[in-house]
Design a protein around this ligand. Structure first.
Ligand code: IPM
Ligand code: MN
Length: 353
């Protein structure tokens, strides 16, 4: 078996953490008998400042020829907010139809959580975020901009097809990986206010669940209540499915519960196409080049990539090795507080493998 992997380190600390993800990937590939062809992409803030180009159309075609992409981070202090986010990250998510954003919220042993009296057995759920629609469509505009009569609109777009494919994928994921008995999928939305858009979500959720996933318990929670429960009783959740915007917000809350941006990973998944995996923390410009940033999130993102490529055994090995490192080695998760440098943490994961 051979995989063609795009490596896109991006900005800030992205290259440092991606180097460790790739280091562990090489070792786990060798151990499991698959080979890798790596293709490097230098897109990001530096290249934009140099050439004015965020992502040429040819890059999207190049991405289509890959099996998966490992992304570091994007975001540059000298580039106006929005340019790289929309032109690189969101464009890739949309054009490659990566309509699932998968974000596990899992507290590994030895990792501090801000929640008192909660441990790894309590904080262990997965958020399936819709990744192609909703408020992220970029539809809307201004009228009478910069006057007192200004009108600004931003459309919340939900298609039946887009909602259904996300919900079906979430049910399939719950069937395969749900941990509760019975397995439970919670729809997180705001049906009491978004009475059209989220009514569609609610109807599709119950129609699909009732017809095709009768063994899975169907649960519903408003997004505001979800924020309370994620803090108060995170053990309640098994798998969550939610919209793009709400998913963006609650996955940052989830990242904090699992020990912060140093460990939180996510996948932008096209189940039949090319998926892209990333540590969900940003480019952390102030730590750039110091070797102090935690690479575990990149290593975990790489592990998720292996699972999506069907290399389940290798993915499990990576996760177990990360657990060994968090439980027996690291002093902390934050930048500069691990007791080891970025590359030493990568080495520790390799040793644990
Ligand atoms: C994320 C990020 C992105 C998002 C930004 C950078 C556009 O916050 O991946 O969660 O909002 O989806
Ligand atoms: Mn976010």
């Amino acid at each position: 078996m051979s995989f063609k992997i795009g490596i896109m380190p991006g900005d800030g600390t992205g290259p440092e953490v991606t180097a460790e993800g790739v280091k562990v990937l090489d070792v786990v590939a060798e151990k499991n008998g698959f080979t890798l062809e790596k293709v490097n992409f230098d897109f990001g803030g530096e290249r934009f400042l140099r050439t004015g180009e965020v992502l040429p159309n040819s890059a999207i075609d190049d991405f289509r020829k890959l099996d998966a992409i490992l992304l570091g981070a994007i975001g540059h202090p000298d580039v106006k907010p929005g340019i790289l986010e929309q032109g690189l990250l969101l464009r890739t998510r949309f054009e490659l139809r990566q309509y699932i954003n998968l974000r596990p919220v899992r507290l590994y042993p030895g990792v501090p959580t801000p929640l008192a009296n909660k441990g790894p057995e309590d904080i262990d759920f997965v958020i399936v975020r819709e990744n192609n629609e909703g408020l992220y469509c970029g539809a809307g505009g201004f009228m009478h901009k910069n006057t007192e009569d200004e009108v600004a609109t931003q459309l919340l777009i939900n298609t039946r097809a887009g909602v259904e494919r996300c919900i079906r994928w979430a049910f399939e994921y719950t069937r395969k990986y749900g941990k509760h008995d019975p397995k439970m999928l919670t729809l997180v939305a705001k049906t009491n206010v978004l009475t059209f858009a989220h009514d569609l979500w609610d109807r599709v959720f119950h129609e699909v669940g009732k017809a095709d996933y009768p063994e899975i318990k169907r649960d519903y929670a408003h997004v505001d209540a979800t924020c309370m429960w994620m803090v108060k009783n995170p053990e309640y959740f098994d798998v969550i499915v939610t919209t793009n915007m709400f998913g963006d917000i609650i996955t940052d809350l989830g990242a904090m519960l699992q020990g912060g941006m140093g460990i939180a990973a996510g996948g932008n998944i096209n189940p039949k196409g090319v998926s892209m995996f990333e540590p969900i923390g940003g480019s952390a410009p102030k730590y750039t080049g110091q070797g102090v940033i935690n690479p575990l999130a990149s290593i975990c993102a790489m592990g998720m990539m292996l699972q999506t490529l069907g290399e389940d055994a290798a993915a499990n090995q990576v996760e177990e090795a990360v657990k060994v490192v968090t439980s027996t080695k690291l002093k902390g998760m934050g930048a500069g507080r691990m007791g080891y440098s970025t590359s030493e943490v990568g080495d520790l994961v390799v040793q644990a493998l």
